[in-house]
Design a protein around this ligand. Structure first.
Ligand code: NAI
Length: 332
């Protein structure tokens, strides 16, 4: 039913950055696919751009809601290829009745795990402040006292592909690792505890679980109140896992000692854009960025050469498999 033999499969890539063009063109060197790149994010206003294409290829901040799914399926777009692992931006219930979807579940857990540790080390050794100082020939080391990770307790929430790699990195630093997972891996030797124990005992908490209706705002006013004073919160997973208002309150009251964020609840309005000549309209983000103990990167934990290559290769493989066989192993 899905075989297209008389012409190339046509793919509309949304929310395109130069990286996408470079890596997708490299993966499509043999010219098997006809790929068009659109800078626009997919949403109800831009969905018409996919008219005439077989596939809409989307990323983390594209919107694949009921309205978009209806437009795509009415326009005979058969397949939505997510070039990312998380799919909290997709209305799966509607999608299942109207079109097929696949993600890239395992492009490089090392990319995200290593970025989480990079953020944490930057924070605890004040690298971000030292970097700015030395560039201005300011070699003063006042206020740069950090602390050692060795011997500290880190609580890892979510022990899937990324969480497990992160745990290994933490063990390499001599940290005491405890973990919480809704579905613990009984075959592993991970030291699982319940969520409250993790909140209570961790010096640092790093989040590696998906954003679902169950996990939304798992870091909130109540959970922060259970944490150690000075706890460091690392979030490289999805912004909605942390209630940003509660995080700001926690930082202001010094209950939270530092935050390392690669993701942010309302990131869709700001991340992946150069807004340096604009006034920041997001007061919560502006507040967070004003704090010396908050480090924000704009959803770049995945951004390694290895991961980008895997993403482009697997996305095109997903599409090829689906149109050849009518199903694909990464189908959601
Ligand atoms: P995974 O599916 O391998 O692991 C997720 C783990 O979380 C599983 O063990 C699952 O049982 C657990 N889990 C599910 N619901 C939970 C809950 N409510 N509380 C605690 N644990 C729960 O996923 P993977 O590949 O490890 O990715 C984790 C997350 O990392 C993704 O969902 C995505 O949001 C995020 N991510 C972020 C990237 C970035 O660039 N910042 C890039 C790739 C993924």
């Amino acid at each position: 039913m899905y075989k297209i033999r008389d012409r190339k499969i046509k793919i509309a890539v949304f929310d395109t950055k130069q990286n996408d063009i470079d890596y997708f063109n490299a993966a499509n060197q043999d010219g098997k696919f006809e790929i068009s790149f659109f800078e626009e994010r997919l949403d109800p206003d831009t969905a018409h751009l996919a008219v005439g294409y077989d596939v809409a290829c989307v990323f983390t901040n594209d919107i694949v809601n009921k309205e978009v799914i209806n437009i795509l399926s009415d326009e005979m777009v058969d397949f939505v290829a997510l070039r990312c692992a998380g799919y909290n931006n997709v209305d799966l219930t509607t999608a299942h009745k109207r079109l097929h979807l696949a993600n890239v579940p395992n492009y490089s857990p090392y990319a995200v795990a290593e970025h989480a540790m990079a953020l944490l080390l930057t924070s605890v050794r004040r690298i971000h402040k030292a970097y700015n100082r030395t560039r201005e020939y300011n070699f003063d080391i006042d206020d740069l006292v950090g602390f050692e990770l060795h011997g500290k307790t880190i609580g890892v929430i979510g022990t899937g592909k990324i969480g497990k790699k992160f745990i290994n990195i933490c063990k390499g630093f001599g940290m005491n690792v405890i973990a919480y997972d809704k579905f613990p891996d009984e075959k592993s030797n991970i030291n699982y505890v319940d969520k409250d124990t993790l909140f209570k005992e961790s010096d640092i908490i790093s989040i590696h679980c998906p954003l679902t209706s169950y996990s939304k705002h798992m870091i909130n006013k109540t959970s922060i109140s259970k944490m150690k004073k000075g706890v460091i919160i690392v979030n490289t997973s999805r912004g909605g896992l942390v209630d940003s208002d509660a995080l700001v309150e926690g930082l202001l009251s010094k209950k939270v000692g530092a935050a390392c964020l690669d993701v942010y609840e309302d990131e869709a309005n700001v991340f992946f854009r150069d807004l340096s000549n604009h006034i920041m309209r997001d007061d919560i983000l502006a507040r967070l960025l004003s704090m010396p103990n908050v480090i924000v990167t704009s959803h770049q934990a995945f951004l390694t050469d290895e991961a980008l290559k895997n993403i482009a290769d697997t996305t095109l493989k997903n599409i090829e498999e689906f149109f050849d066989k009518g199903f694909c192993k990464n189908e959601l």
